[in-house]
Design a protein around this ligand. Sequence first.
Ligand code: SF4
Length: 354
Amino acid sequence: MSDPKPDLAELEPAELETVVTGLGAKRFHAQQIFRWLHRRGHERVDQMTDLSQSLRAQLDAACTITTPSVTDRVRSADGTEKFLFTLGDGRTIESVFIPDTPALTFCVSTQVGCAMRCGFCLTGKMGLTRHLTAGEIAGQVRVLARELDLQDSRFNIVLMGMGEPLHNYDATMKALRLLAAPEGLAVTPKRVTLSTVGLLPAMAKLSEEPWIPNLAVSLHATTDRVRHELIPTSRQQRIADLINACRRFPLKHRDRITFEYVLLAGVNDTEADATRLVGMLRGLRAKVNLLPLNEAPGIPFSRPSDEQVDRFARGLARGGVNVSVRKSRGRDIGAACGQLIIEGGPQRTVAAAP
Ligand code: SF4
């Protein structure tokens, strides 16, 4: 049975005001509580020392605070750190801190597992266990900021951990609003990147939001046949429709859509692929992020040679495409793209893929 008590970590400032005034307290206490939770990363009402004893007792009795707890933490030789979080129901998820991309970046999860089943991704192999709540998504950031002592620093957030953010639309958008609130960590949309395989109805909805993050679209192929093979859930979709949706997506001055392209030897890394990619992005404010595959047991693809990656990148650049090759971070700890996986349910972390 679900807990009927409101979860304070899940409430936006206006919702928190309703709860606080419902307890007979003044509205400004909502701001104090929000700050303790989201700015300072506290997890218990008794830590909120500027609230009266009686209000703390009332809140304790009437509300809960859900916070994902860090149960493991591994640091890579390159400074990247992977965090294993345990949720209230014992499920586990992973988040990654990347110290210099060049900014500080938190890569967070939006689901336990993922339903998209991309063939090169270990998370896809897990299938979807459940969506995360807004409090659990934002909670990863507030706990990471606290653990790393970065609450007063500027950092970026990428929704590229476990899960497809647009498949968990409402919770993801609420989490972004919680993270953006000035009383909390005040992370503006400019500093957030949402990565999607391209769920078209959700992309259309996102384009209407008052709060639009940067968009990264996982393209990974230049023909429908190959894309359908790599992303089985895209089988009803044509690349042309996805690109047209990207053309309609609202972009602020100077912004671009990032196209993520995992390079798989002999599958999508040919000269013909580079030529098609140049053609399909023509006229679009775009950049391409090439991700040479991080090979892993159970992933039936291999990484192209550095020379092939370089040839592909040069082919795009010659065609006028803004292109970068992502340096793989945290491969030694299984924290690089596509390497996040929890084996056998709420338990242990293993490595491996882009
Ligand atoms: S690459 Fe992203 S969308 Fe695809 S299965 Fe992995 S987590 Fe899901």
